[in-house]
Design a protein around this ligand. Structure first.
Ligand SMILES: Nc1ncnc2c1ncn2[C@@H]1O[C@H](COP(=O)(O)OP(=O)(O)OP(=O)(O)O)[C@@H](O)[C@H]1O
Ligand SMILES: [Mg+2]
Length: 225
């Protein structure tokens, strides 16, 4: 029986924008279970990033309810149980690549060999040579891959990746996804990838479609069935 990792009932997130407000997410109902592979697709501004932030417990919904039955309360999720790979670059400038990847492991007080976990995570994405570099020495695509290595280093139960291939050419993007899926195949972690890339979406089992804040669960993709 798969674990229910995230369960949401009619959640919404309304932002104030001056005199008006925008329903970034509106009445979204879904369940994420261990082992799920989900592509979150939809036009720019449809609410994908907001939904990922709600799933991570980073923001709380302004309506509806969300719970993490197999994980615990919202405050305990990041960065150990749920890893969120932000859409924007998120590496800390003064730290080397290796130190950036080690940071959530240190914060999570995870027992075990942190150096080794960092090395393995970097190697997973072909980044072993970059461990001592500073973020400013990296390309945008390399930063994105380091952020992904940081996300998986602590072996989270859920990986939420916000357009992880957005800055990559297609072969590099495909290689990143291959490496991520191969890594996760050995775990029962769930993966949700927000993406504008049809090739990325086609690799997931399930597609969730967002339109103006509304979420509809699409059909299973051919690859996933
Ligand atoms: N912090 C915020 N304050 C006010 N409005 C916000 C905030 N974050 C998002 N929004 C609004 O919520 C809506 C959804 O934004 P969101 O970033 O979730 O979309 P998205 O689907 O991730 O878009 P993209 O594909 O461009 O990344 C947009 O109308 C956006 O302007
Ligand atoms: Mg976004």
């Amino acid at each position: 029986m798969p674990d229910t990792l995230i369960e949401a009932q009619a959640i919404g997130r309304t932002y104030r924008q001056g005199m008006t407000s925008v329903d970034a997410v509106a009445a979204a109902t879904f369940r994420l279970q261990s082992g799920d592979r989900v592509a979150l697709v939809g036009r720019s501004g449809s609410g994908k990033s907001t939904l990922l932030h709600l799933m991570a417990g980073l923001e709380m919904p302004t309506s509806g309810t969300i719970a993490w039955p197999a994980l615990g309360s919202a405050e305990t999720l990041l960065p150990e149980k749920i890893a969120l790979v932000f859409q924007a670059p998120s590496l800390l400038d003064p730290l080397t690549v290796g130190e950036n990847v080690a940071l959530p492991l240190l914060l999570g007080k995870r027992p075990g060999d942190i150096d080794r976990a960092v090395r393995d995570a970097l190697a997973t994405f072909g980044l072993a040579d970059l461990a001592r570099k500073l973020p400013e020495e990296l390309s945008g695509g390399q930063m994105q891959r380091v952020a992904m290595a940081r996300a998986i280093a602590g072996r989270p139960r859920v990986v939420l990746a916000d357009e992880p291939t957005g800055q990559l050419d297609q072969p590099t993007g495909r290689a990143l996804l291959d490496a991520l899926l191969a890594h996760l195949a050995g775990t029962n972690a769930a993966l949700v990838v927000a993406t504008h890339d049809a090739l990325v979406a086609a690799r997931m089992e399930t597609v969730w479609q967002m339109a103006r804040g509304h979420l509809t669960e699409g059909a299973k993709t051919a690859e996933g069935t």
